[in-house]
Design a protein around this ligand. Structure first.
Ligand code: AMP
Length: 205
């Protein structure tokens, strides 16, 4: 297990839309509540919409602490008459850009979880995986695979392995579970592999 002092905050990447299936909202709610129960602070993009709002509300309602990090360009924007940013967080940090936001979330968190989402979620997940692959951090990264949403993404990662674009250590950087408790356990037990992102050409092997 990680020492308790090093395992305090989890960053969640997730959809700014709720998705079509109720299972996605349910998973976001379960994760938010579980983080509160485990006394793990939630770090996320600061939104009040979609699964972002669900995970933050569930964590707050269960007595948890939530830090939002939002770029100033999104503050004050509205979606369907609702402000994009969450007004009831423990702390909302307003930063100058999307890049600063990701760097700040990565700095604050001791681990990362992706819930179902779209391009924004994919981009955040793959950037944090890329940073792990390059050895810039050694924090655990997991998918909460509600209703098998991530099956095509996991299949793509497996294909990248068999096709020689990922090595086994890099592929192992991405943990995945269907339930939040099992995922948090796998993340707490995670031992970062020694990764080298480069795969030598056939003739060199
Ligand atoms: P997407 O999966 O495309 O809906 O994008 C969600 C991810 O991008 C979240 O984890 C956020 O960090 C970021 N994001 C996208 N839209 C917003 C928004 N309206 N407010 C705050 N963050 C957002």
């Amino acid at each position: 297990m990680e020492p308790a002092s090093a395992w305090r905050r989890i960053c969640v990447f997730c959809g700014s839309s709720p998705g079509r299936r109720p299972e996605y909202r349910a998973a976001a709610g379960q994760l938010g509540r579980l983080l509160a129960e485990r006394r793990l602070e939630l770090v996320y993009g600061g939104g009040n919409i979609g699964l972002m709002g669900v995970v933050a509300d569930a964590c707050l309602a269960a007595g948890g602490s939530v830090i939002g990090v939002i770029p100033e360009a999104l503050v004050g924007r509205e979606v369907a008459g609702r402000a994009v940013e969450h007004s009831g967080l423990t702390r909302l940090e307003v930063v100058d850009s999307m890049h600063t936001r990701k760097a700040r979330m990565a700095e604050l968190a001791d681990g990362f979880i992706a819930l179902p989402g779209g391009f924004g979620t994919f981009e955040e997940l793959f950037e944090i995986l890329t940073w792990a692959q390059l050895g810039f951090h050694r924090k655990p990264i997991g998918l909460l695979d509600a209703a098998d949403y991530f099956a095509p993404l996991l299949a793509l990662c497996d294909s990248a392995l068999t096709e020689g674009f990922l090595n086994a250590q890099s592929r192992a950087l991405l943990l995945a579970h269907t339930g939040p408790a099992a995922l948090l356990e796998a993340m707490a037990a995670y031992r970062p592999p020694r990764v080298t992102p480069w795969i030598r050409e056939e003739k060199e092997l």
